[in-house]
Design a protein around this ligand. Structure first.
Ligand code: RP5
Length: 161
């Protein structure tokens, strides 16, 4: 089982790397590819249509601007697709967000936040999906969450160094 992390351009990698880092944290295998809805449309179709048979269980798709990659990927596969709006230069990612989030009824994309937090949470959500079938990963997610909570509770004063 592995996760497919795809993105519209190599320029998306600094953002999408945060999804990969999260999967690394949980020891989940993944592959990373540049697959563009506009520049390589045939590759997009092939990637999405063959993903399930190649052992991919969740696809994380990040794109910026006219961000059609997650939606078109979801159109070609029944695997869960998590969409990450990459922050664009012109409109700061609002264009990416609205392009990804407003899917028509019947073809689902789980849309995350704009930018690095969205990419990291896409990795986390993919881990949570896989964790429903893997008790070790679920236990690691529980530990991750508990550590995060303990860190906040152990530093209640924001002014303290
Ligand atoms: C989108 O256009 C990509 O996902 C990227 O966020 C944006 C800009 O791409 P480049 O011009 O940097 O290749 O397709």
């Amino acid at each position: 089982m592995k996760v497919g992390i795809i993105m519209g351009s190599k320029s998306d990698w600094p953002t999408m790397k945060h999804a990969a880092d999260m999967l690394d944290h949980f020891g989940i295998a993944y592959e990373t590819r540049v697959v563009s809805a506009h520049r390589t449309p045939h590759l997009l179709a092939e990637y999405a249509e063959t993903a399930h048979s190649r052992g991919i269980t969740v696809i994380i798709a990040g794109a910026g601007g006219a961000a059609h990659l997650p939606g078109m990927t979801a159109a070609f596969t029944s695997l869960p697709v998590l969409g990450v709006p990459v922050q664009s230069r012109a409109l700061k990612g609002m264009d990416s967000l609205l392009s990804i989030v407003q899917m028509p009824k019947g073809v689902a994309v789980g849309t995350l936040a704009i930018g690095e937090a969205g990419a990291a949470n896409a990795g986390l959500l993919a881990a949570q999906i896989i964790g429903t079938q893997d008790s070790q990963i679920m236990a690691a997610i529980d530990t991750f969450r508990r550590t995060q909570t303990d860190t906040v509770l152990s530093q209640p004063d924001p002014a303290e160094e």
